[in-house]
Write a protein that binds this ligand. Structure first.
Ligand code: BGC
Length: 765
């Protein structure tokens, strides 16, 4: 196909043609312009597989998607904490897009897990912006190195399904930037996604699609984004306002209706042609890049069996071993019972726009046959919460006669999905009952979980082991069997906290909001930031996971030194290297996820107790030691400051914590950081005398003002000097705002004295 020359093309296009390009032709294609030989390109969901609708004549109108590979969903992927693994999944998906003639894969979704109730949490990575950003960037890099675009979604603050198309997320500036935009910023800067998909919802009363502050001021001007912004499907509100705000492409088709609005606005002078041209240029750039890609990769076909193996290897590296009292790994010689429908029919993905028509599904029950003879009982139904007494009795008999009962449990589709939120975080009653009852007849119980988000485990104290598979994709069964038998060693760690109960969760009092608004009153304190600050117990903390081997942490060094803590002192913008030795001290090979958190000791700015700032997954043979090195930078110390509308790292002492989880810190060192940014201290009538004393550069005007009062009242016979009396006065005036000093001083102090002092102090800033 011939490469287009964008500027020439724009100059040849009529106004109507330009407007027409700004909305899709149908659900998945951009519009073509035959007169100019401009072809259309196709986009498809995303994110953990390719959901390309089959438009072949045989399937016309059925909206079926073609067969593809279903990889683990994002909530599982993030537990790998493995950038290379995620990039590899992205790479495989990029190849599938090439093979199926898709230009943009609609993903990844990197919204924060504000509450475990969000129905779509299975499609999102984490409660931590750093981790979500790193995972998202690796994914985008993986896809895009194949000359296939991604669509980073849902920008922004789409953290619930309830009224997701209209609700306004009410978020303060710091929380929005620090918690809900950071992951997007990271992916934009590190991986340059070809496109970004705006969210359906409003933020502080403005729809994302027409939010100039979000789409232009932040995304383009601050972060330097150059790609295209499209709507989520049906998210368009005011077409012309959206175009002005920086929204280029409307998805899906609006049957030409909104194109007419664009034409009208240009004609009546309410929309500049330059604004339209900018959007058109971005759309043409996408088409142009896609044409290049098609030229380069034409005829490529991917190998489904190979990609299935990638899905299996990925699932094995994501699963999290939550408990193990020695029950795992299983031995082939044991008399093993597999119980639960998910052994035979695993839940491997969620429902909605990400649902993949899997090319094949490995079940644990089938895969285990190659290794061992197991007995099986279905145990429960997934379409009903009530216990089926016949299934329960059959399961109890099967479990009783075995050496170990492995129960495959989790959440059925009806419990979590795109389009609705959960109302509780429990597993179905019949499954909890089954586990409790089996524990009465069998001492050795292992639970294998299939769920997209955190759940409660009332039976946790009674079972010997728990393996969290999450929604592990089409090779889930094969991966589970390899992990259970120790052919693969579990190495995932939780990318979200598991609370003890729903009532403990940060957004409990403010989720999902009322009809119009949801208040993010918990601010930056979501996930472990909340549980740590409130010193709460959790079922399992962020970053937690076990292995069949053990690891030792030692030799923590900063810039190669392990000298005493107080000797480390850096400017906030210096790079700081932190290294640590990790040794596999067990008998089997394994991998450890080493986490680096920063604790800030200047609590004035209401900082979290600790925050993840880097991590590494290290593969170690039994007995092997490796040195892991992290590089910290300005953002490792910084928080978003609302006075300067930017990131700021206050001077003071910080601790660098190296941990095996957020609640298992192995080594730490303190460093002193000096800020290179001065936040101007602006004084007004409400500023207290104490704050002027503490923060103002030039404190003299306040002293001069108060000295006037001292002099007016000073008595010859006073035992104190005027200076001493001034000191006393200032002491007594600690929390008094400047305007109130008037009420507590003699007549000599005038209002203009206060105003003059304020002006002089502010001049000094
Ligand atoms: C979802 C998006 C998805 C789009 C296209 C929307 O409803 O929110 O994530 O990419 O549909 O299927």
């Amino acid at each position: 196909m011939k490469k287009i020359t964008i500027d020439n093309l724009i100059s040849e296009m009529t106004l109507e043609e330009k407007a027409s390009l700004c909305s899709a032709a149908d659900a998945w294609h951009t519009k073509k312009i035959e007169r100019l030989n401009l072809p259309s390109v196709m986009v498809s969901d995303g994110p953990h597989g390719l959901r390309k609708e089959d438009d072949s004549p045989a399937h016309f109108g059925l909206l079926e998607s073609i067969e593809a590979i279903c990889f683990p969903t994002a909530s599982a992927l993030a537990c790998s904490f493995d950038r290379d693994l995620i990039e590899n999944v992205g790479n495989a998906l990029g190849k599938e897009c090439q093979s199926e003639d898709i230009s943009v894969l609609l993903g990844p979704g990197i919204n924060m897990k504000r509450s475990p109730l969000c129905g779509r949490n299975f499609e999102y990575f984490s409660e931590d912006p750093y981790l979500a950003g790193e995972m998202g960037a690796a994914f985008v890099n993986g896809v895009q190195k194949n000359d296939i675009g991604t669509s980073l979604k849902h920008f922004a603050a789409n953290n619930q399904e309830w009224r997701r198309m209209s609700i306004s997320a009410e978020i303060d500036e710091r929380t929005l930037n620090e918690t809900y935009l950071t992951a997007f910023e990271k992916v934009v800067k590190q991986a340059k996604p070809w496109t970004i998909m705006c969210s359906y919802n409003q933020i502080n009363g403005e729809y994302s699609c027409e939010n100039k502050e979000l789409l232009t001021d932040t995304l383009r001007d601050k972060w330097g984004y150059e790609g295209l912004v499209m709507t989520d499907w049906g998210a368009m509100n005011d077409r012309v306002k959206a175009l002005k705000a920086g929204l280029d492409l409307e998805m899906p088709s609006s049957h030409g209706e909104t194109d007419k609005l664009i034409v009208k606005a240009v004609n009546d002078g309410t929309l500049d042609i330059e604004t339209l041209d900018t959007a058109v240029r971005r759309i043409l750039t996408l088409v142009d890049n896609s044409l290049d890609s098609k030229d380069k990769h034409s005829g490529f076909k991917y190998d489904m069996e190979w990609h299935h193996e990638i899905a299996q290897e990925t699932a094995e590296n994501c699963a999290v071993l939550l408990k193990n009292n020695g029950a795992l790994p299983l031995s082939k010689n044991q008399n093993i019972a597999f119980i639960g429908e998910f052994a035979d029919n695993p839940r491997i993905q969620g429902g909605g726009s990400s649902h993949i028509n899997c090319h094949k599904i490995d079940t644990a029950l089938n895969c285990v046959k190659e290794l061992a003879d197991v007995t099986y009982a279905k145990g429960y139904n997934t379409d009903n919460e009530q216990t089926d007494e016949n299934l329960l009795n059959e399961a109890l008999n099967t479990a009783k006669n075995a050496d170990v009962a492995v129960i495959f449990a989790g959440l059925p589709d009806a419990f979590e999905n795109e389009g609705f939120d959960r109302t509780h975080i429990d597993m179905p009653k019949c499954q909890n009952e089954l586990i409790e009852e089996i524990c009465k007849v069998q001492k050795n119980v292992v639970v294998v979980l299939h769920n997209g988000s955190a759940i409660t485990m009332p039976w946790l104290g009674k079972v010997n082991a728990v393996l969290e598979m999450y929604l592990a994709g089409e090779a889930s069964g094969a991966a589970a069997v390899n992990l259970l038998f120790g052919i693969a060693n579990p190495s995932g760690k939780l990318a979200e906290s598991f609370p003890m109960q729903l009532e403990d969760t940060p957004a409990y009092l403010n989720f999902p909001g009322n009809r119009d608004k949801v208040n993010y009153n918990e601010g930056i304190f979501i996930g472990y930031r909340y549980y740590d600050k409130k010193k709460m117990n959790v079922l399992f903390p962020f970053g937690y996971g076990l292995s069949y081997t053990k690891f030792r942490y030692d030799n923590m060094k900063i810039n190669g030194n392990d000298i005493s803590e107080s000797d480390f002192s850096f400017k906030d913008n210096e790079n700081v290297n932190v290294s640590v030795d990790i040794t596999n001290i067990g008998d089997v090979d394994g991998a450890e996820i080493v986490q680096l958190y920063i604790r800030n000791h200047i609590d004035e700015d209401n900082r979290p107790v600790k925050e993840l700032k880097d991590f590494a997954k290290v593969k170690l043979a039994a007995g092997e030691t490796k040195t892991v090195t992290f590089t910290l930078n300005f953002r490792s110390w910084a928080y978003y400051n609302e006075t300067i509308h930017d990131w700021y790292a206050p001077s003071g002492e910080y601790k660098i914590l190296i941990g095996a989880s957020s609640r298992d810190i192995k080594l730490q060192k303190a460093v002193s950081i000096t800020s290179t940014t001065k936040i101007p201290f602006v004084v007004n009538k409400s500023t207290t005398c104490e704050d002027v004393e503490r923060f103002a550069k030039n404190k003299a005007p306040l002293d001069e003002m108060l000295m006037k009062c001292v002099k007016a009242q000073h008595k010859e016979e006073s035992p104190k000097t005027e200076e001493e009396e001034l000191k006393d006065l200032k002491c007594g005036f600690g929390g008094v705002p400047l305007h109130s000093t008037l009420s507590f001083t003699p007549d000599e102090l005038k209002y203009e004295d206060i105003q003059n002092a304020i002006n002089e102090i502010n001049k000094g800033e």
